[in-house]
Design a protein around this ligand. Structure first.
Ligand code: MRU
Length: 367
């Protein structure tokens, strides 16, 4: 997608040095657009943990690049393949532990390990790990592109029923291209509809505590000229009651075989408000975010709990630059749940790269 009219994806190999992974530092947006270098597996681990990179598909691809960098490091450390395999396995366990909720990390790491285990030489393992990461990145781009094409049909239908009047979409968190490699999941149909001349406007829920909606989705939309308005998370229900929302579109970090959707904290309340107001609630997700091994989201999905400081402090731009300030009593305890579960009964449909399906086992199992 575009940044200052230049095309970018979110993660790539440096053109002059193939041992360096490049990415956008998302902790600085929207105030600063900075490309950073990740030169070791440890750099990847830190970038996922501190959310320099974030969003389910992107952390999956970053994890795959982490395995590649671990293989490069193993080549420098050891001469034969036994300790190399042990080193990569050790690093892969660390990568999987970085963020527990999105299934994409485990999906990427396990599949990369399976492929490199077939290679007998260190050189073979390195090139297989790199190919895997680059292929996964390309596949995620194609999956998001297809999600856009399928989701477009829903937006076209709404636009037709409104006789071409502006469609109002509501989204939560950032399920945009920044969370993916390109296009985004929930945003892919929005970008395509806008390109095709459908009149639309997006309500962007700010998404406390880290404000991915206000910081990232709004920034993406501004760069790509999508009409939008930021609202507090608490305002979502009100705009729905006032008839100002035609459809809710969100992403997912993990969706179960029975169609329970795990996404950024607050998604469940948005889905409840949508149900109460008869507003269609769609989840856009690539097949890499589906975990067919589990059925019950609330029981089986590990929910990340992050540092309480993310709740008690807020970072913004002041005259002194980026500043972190305390917004709650210092001594009050806080709890920082990263994600919640929207039960399948609240989900109208899943927009996948293979088509739009119902959130039920018989349809999800075929994806
Ligand atoms: O904590 P984050 O910012 O990584 O959470 C991201 C989300 O919840 C997204 O909605 C989700 O990853 C879907 S992204 C296409």
């Amino acid at each position: 997608m575009l940044v200052k009219n230049k095309k970018y994806i979110t993660i790539w190999i440096d053109k002059t040095n193939p041992k360096i992974v490049r990415t956008i530092d998302q902790t600085l947006l929207p105030h600063k657009f900075k490309i950073v270098s990740l030169k070791s597996c440890e750099d990847i681990i830190k970038a996922i943990k501190n959310m320099t990179v974030r969003g389910a598909p992107l952390i999956g691809v970053a994890a795959a690049y982490g395995i590649y960098l671990a293989a490069l490091e193993a080549k420098l450390k050891f001469k034969n393949t036994g300790p190399v395999d042990d080193y990569i396995l050790g690093k892969s366990k660390e990568i999987i532990k970085t963020r527990p909720t999105a299934v994409n990390i485990a999906f990427a790491v396990i599949n990369s390990l399976t492929q490199i285990s077939k290679e007998k030489t260190i050189a073979g393992k390195i090139s297989t790990a790199l190919n895997f990461a680059q292929k996964l990145s390309e596949e995620e781009i194609m999956r998001c592109k297809k999600i856009g094409e399928h989701g477009l049909k829903i937006l076209e239908k709404i636009s037709k029923s409104k006789k071409g009047k502006t469609i109002n979409i509501l989204t939560h968190c950032n399920a945009g291209w920044l969370a993916c490699i390109d296009y985004g999941t929930a945003t892919a149909p929005i970008y395509l509809a806008h390109k095709n001349g459908i009149k639309l406007h997006v309500w962007v829920e700010e998404t406390r505590p880290r404000n991915q909606g206000a910081n990232l989705t709004a920034w993406e939309f501004l760069q790509n000229k999508i009409p939008h308005t930021i609202i507090t998370d608490n305002a979502g229900g009100y705009v729905m009651q006032k008839g100002l929302v035609d459809i809710v579109l969100v992403g997912s970090d993990r969706t179960t075989l029975n169609g329970d959707v795990c996404n950024k904290i607050g998604t469940y309340k948005t889905a409840l408000a949508a149900k109460d107001n008869n507003i269609p609630f769609y989840v856009a997700l690539p097949s890499s975010s589906i975990d067919k091994k589990i059925k019950n989201g609330l029981k089986d999905i590990p929910i990340e709990e992050r540092n309480e400081d993310e709740v008690k402090y807020i970072t913004g731009k002041s005259k002194k630059g980026l500043t972190k300030i305390l917004i709650a009593p210092l001594k009050s305890p806080a709890k920082n749940y990263g994600f919640d579960i929207t039960p399948s009964r609240l989900v109208t449909g899943l927009i996948t790269e293979k088509g739009i399906i119902k959130p039920i086992k018989s349809e999800i199992s075929k994806i």
